[in-house]
Write a new protein. Structure first.
Length: 200
């Protein structure tokens, strides 16, 4: 599967027409409530905790598509995503999304969250975050934390819409990691790590 406008792997789906998009071809738009409601989708899916029987190749594929590398750096730590605990969303036998996590001080840290583009807009991301909230509460954590890059405006909008708040900015953290400033979503320069939290 590739972006409908180039050969890059897609990470988003156009909510209006359904075309697959890479970050470079994504544009942000303003929608009225009636148009937004037309974009809502219904998908049958289930969410389960990762087991030894879950095929990790699909998870690796997700991580490389969305973030370009298997090792993720967040909150000054390096994580090999396929070795983390996670919840996976499935439609039938197909993995269509996942969220990986770790423990961090008084919080549960979301390391990665991804939903396959063709299934975006169906509430799967919210359902995966709810699983993390339940896990954190069971483990007496006071908050959930995560980080994203300054260019990832869709992620920032999503997380803030479900109760997360930006509480810290690490200027140039991502630029230092890559030893350069790269182009991100909508051509924005990728520089800073934005940290968000949600109190429980």
């Amino acid at each position: 599967m590739s972006c409908d406008h180039c050969e890059q792997k897609p990470i988003f789906r156009c909510y209006r027409c359904g075309k697959m998009l890479c970050g470079g071809h994504l544009t942000l738009a303003t929608l009225c409530p009636s148009c937004k409601n037309k974009t809502k989708r219904k998908v049958k899916y289930s969410i389960t905790k990762l087991t030894d029987k879950t095929p990790k190749g699909k998870i690796r594929e997700f991580v490389c598509r969305f973030w370009g590398e298997e090792i993720q750096e967040t909150f000054n730590q390096h994580f090999e995503v396929t070795k983390l605990p996670m919840y996976v969303a499935k439609s039938g036998k197909d993995i269509i999304g996942f969220v990986s996590f770790s423990e961090y001080q008084d919080a549960t840290l979301i390391v990665t969250l991804g939903v396959s583009p063709q299934y975006q807009g169906a509430g799967i991301g919210k359902a995966l975050v709810k699983k993390i909230e339940a896990h954190a509460k069971r483990n007496a954590k006071k908050r959930i934390v995560l980080s994203t890059s300054n260019d990832d405006l869709p992620a920032l909008a999503f997380y803030q819409s479900i109760g997360f708040q930006i509480y810290q900015v690490k200027p140039d953290a991502i630029a230092r990691k890559h030893s350069k400033i790269i182009k991100g979503i909508c051509g924005l320069p990728v520089r800073d790590e934005l940290r968000l939290q949600k109190a429980l």
